[in-house]
Design a protein around this ligand. Structure first.
Ligand code: DLL
Length: 432
C-alpha cells in the first residue's frame, strides 16, 4: 500500500485528524475569502462555532455559481502569485469554473492519485497509458502527476487518435489504462475492427472515471479489454480525479477522509442523512490552500458506507455515483438517469454499448427516444432491427418503468467520445 499508515488509520484517529484540519480550513476560508466571510456572517456563524465534526452542518453550502460569481480568482484564499496551476471546466452556460492549486495542493493531489492507482492494482515500474484529456480538464494532468508520484512510466497520450493509442499500448507494454469508460470502450471497438485482440495485450487494469457508468459497462470493458476495470471519482472544484477511488475489491470508492470531509444531504430538506441513505454528496476540503471548499454541493447522487472493506482500508466508501441531480430526466413523472438505461441495455443480445437519449416535448408531454446501435456483424434486416428495438423497449419499461421509443441504428452511427460521452440530447431546451 502506498500510504498504509493513513489508509488503514483507525476511524476514531481519522476523525481526530479531520476535526483538527477542519477547524483550520474553516478559519482559513473565513479569513481569506470575502465570499466565505459574507456567507458565514449572513447566517451568523463563526469559525469558532466548529467544535465537533457534526458542527459542519451549521455552515452554509457552496455551489458552482459561487465560483462563477467570483470569476476568475476571487475564491482563491492565497494571492494569485502563490498559485502554480489553474484548471477550468466549461460547463454548459456562462463563465467557466476556475480552480487553482499551490505547490502543496499539487503535492497532495499527486499523493492521492498515486494512492488511488496503487489501490486499483498499479505498481511502481508499470507503464501507465494516460488517455484522459490534457489541458484545462483535470483528468490528464491529475493522472499524470499521480502516475509519476507512484514511480510508473507515464505515457501522456491524451484523448483521440485511437489507432495510435492501440499501437502504443502494445508497443510500450502498458499495464494500466487511464481513460473515461466511454473512451475505453471506443478503444476496444477500434482494436476489434483492426483485428487486434486487446485481451492478449499487456493491459491488465483500467482506471476509469469522470462520468457515470454501470456495472454492466464494467463487465463489458473487463471482457473486451481483458482487464480489471476500476472506478475513480473526482471533480475539479474539490481537486480533480482521486477524491475517491475503488480498491481491487471493487465494492465502492474509498473517499480519502484525511483530505476531505464527506456528507450526504437530503436534496429536498438539505439536512445531513446517516450512512446508507441516498442523497446528494457534499464535500469539504480539509487541506486545500488555494481553493478551500466548504460544504461544496457536488450534485452527485450516491450513498456512503463505513462498513469494513476486505482490503483493510478504513476510509469510508462512496457507492457508485449513478447520476447527478441535474442529469436526471423526468419523463412523464418517472425519474430516469442515463446510467439506468445503460444498465438495461449493455450486454443485451445484438446491442452495442453505445447509446444516446433524446428528450423532446410533444404538447405538454416529454417523450424519450433511446437511440441504440446494432452490434457489428449481425443481420441488418429491418425485421432484425425491429426485434432488437422491441426487446430493449420492453426491458426499459419493465425494469425502469418508463415508456420510450427505441431507434436501432447501424453500427458506428452514434458519435464516439474522446472524453466524457454525451448521453443526452435535450431538444426541449431549443424549442423554448
Ligand atoms: O471529471 C475529474 C475526473 C477526471 C474524475 C478523471 C475521474 C477521472 P469534472 O470535469 O469537474 O472532473 O467533472 C466532475 O464528473 O461531479 C461527477 O458528476 C462526474 N464524475 C466524475 N467521476 C465520476 C465517476 C472530473 N467515477 C463530475 N462516476 C462529477 C460517476 C463521475 N460520475
Amino acid at each position: 500500500m502506498y500510504q498504509p499508515d493513513i489508509e488503514t488509520m483507525p476511524r476514531d484517529k481519522l476523525a481526530e485528524l479531520q476535526l483538527a484540519r477542519l477547524k483550520k480550513i474553516v478559519k482559513h476560508a473565513y479569513d481569506n475569502v470575502p465570499h466565505y466571510k459574507a456567507s458565514f456572517d449572513k447566517i451568523g456563524v463563526k469559525p469558532e462555532d466548529l467544535q465537533t465534526l457534526a458542527d459542519i452542518a451549521k455552515f452554509p453550502f457552496t455551489v458552482k455559481t459561487d465560483l462563477r460569481d467570483n470569476y476568475p480568482f476571487k475564491m482563491f484564499a492565497v494571492p494569485r502569485e502563490k498559485v502554480v496551476r489553474i484548471h477550468a471546466s466549461s460547463g454548459t452556460t456562462g463563465k467557466p469554473t476556475v480552480v487553482g492549486y499551490t505547490p502543496a495542493d499539487i503535492g497532495n493531489w499527486a499523493d492521492l492519485m498515486a494512492r488511488s492507482m496503487m489501490g486499483a492494482g498499479a505498481r511502481p515500474g508499470d507503464v501507465i497509458h494516460n488517455a484522459y484529456g490534457y489541458g484545462l480538464f483535470t483528468g490528464g494532468l491529475g493522472a499524470h502527476y499521480g502516475a509519476e508520484r507512484l514511480g510508473a512510466s507515464v505515457v501522456p497520450m491524451s484523448g483521440g487518435n485511437t489507432e495510435k493509442q492501440i499501437v502504443l499500448i502494445q508497443d510500450f507494454g502498458a499495464r494500466v489504462l487511464c481513460a473515461t469508460p466511454s473512451y475505453a470502450l471506443n478503444i476496444a471497438e477500434v482494436a476489434e475492427k483492426e483485428g487486434v485482440d486487446m485481451r492478449k495485450s499487456s493491459l491488465k487494469i483500467g482506471v476509469f472515471g469522470a462520468e457515470p457508468w454501470s456495472e454492466q459497462m464494467r463487465a463489458e470493458l473487463d471482457e473486451r479489454l481483458g482487464i480489471k476495470a476500476v472506478d475513480i471519482y473526482g471533480l475539479s472544484e474539490i481537486m480533480g480525479p482521486g477524491v475517491a477511488a475503488e480498491c481491487e475489491e471493487r465494492a465502492g470508492l474509498h473517499g480519502w477522509e484525511d483530505q476531505f470531509l464527506f456528507e450526504i444531504v437530503d436534496p429536498d430538506t438539505m439536512h445531513p442523512v446517516p450512512f446508507g441513505q441516498a442523497g446528494e454528496l457534499v464535500i469539504t476540503t480539509l487541506t486545500k490552500e488555494a481553493l478551500p471548499m466548504i460544504r461544496y454541493r457536488t450534485r452527485d447522487i450516491t450513498k456512503l458506507t463505513d462498513e469494513k472493506c476486505a482490503c483493510g482500508r478504513t476510509h469510508l466508501r462512496i457507492l457508485r455515483v449513478t447520476g447527478r441531480n441535474d442529469d436526471m430526466l423526468i419523463i412523464r413523472g418517472v425519474n430516469v438517469y442515463p446510467s439506468q438505461i445503460e444498465a438495461v441495455m449493455v450486454g443485451r443480445p445484438g446491442v452495442s454499448p453505445h447509446y444516446q437519449l433524446v428528450v423532446q416535448r410533444e404538447g405538454n408531454l416529454d417523450t424519450l427516444t433511446v437511440e441504440i446501435e446494432a452490434e457489428p456483424g449481425m443481420a441488418t434486416s429491418q425485421d432484425a432491427y425491429d426485434a432488437i428495438g422491441r426487446d430493449v423497449q420492453h426491458h426499459i419499461k419493465s425494469l425502469i418503468g418508463v415508456s420510450c421509443r427505441v431507434v436501432v441504428l447501424s453500427p458506428g452511427e452514434i458519435p464516439r467520445s474522446m472524453g466524457k460521452a454525451v448521453r443526452v440530447r435535450d431538444l426541449r431546451k431549443k424549442a423554448t
